[in-house]
Write a protein of this length. Sequence first.
Length: 118
Amino acid sequence: MKFYKFNKVSGKKISKFNSNFVMSRIVQTEKPTHVVCMYLEENGVIGFHQAVVPQLLLILTGEGYVRGDKEEYVKVQSGDAVFWEKGEWHETKTDIGLTAIVIESEELIPSSFMPLKK
């Protein structure tokens, strides 16, 4: 399990085409990629399971806790990204609720674009 940041601070200011915004790159793939948005209500959980393919969890709003194969939970919040390799056991839970984007693909390499969380 690896932790990355995709918040505004880790992004790049874009001015091309007379634009004015910050963009945080996340991944780039050529193989099929599955992207979903998950909404966990108060006391929500994504149960303990193995990643079928490499998986990236991007916390958009709220906060919660993730764990790998050990029962040691790590707090995550908006702007955090958690990466699990294929076959890694993991779980996500929240007390207050959270919204997250999940990206799954055989060729995810988040370190290509996002800095590791310190």
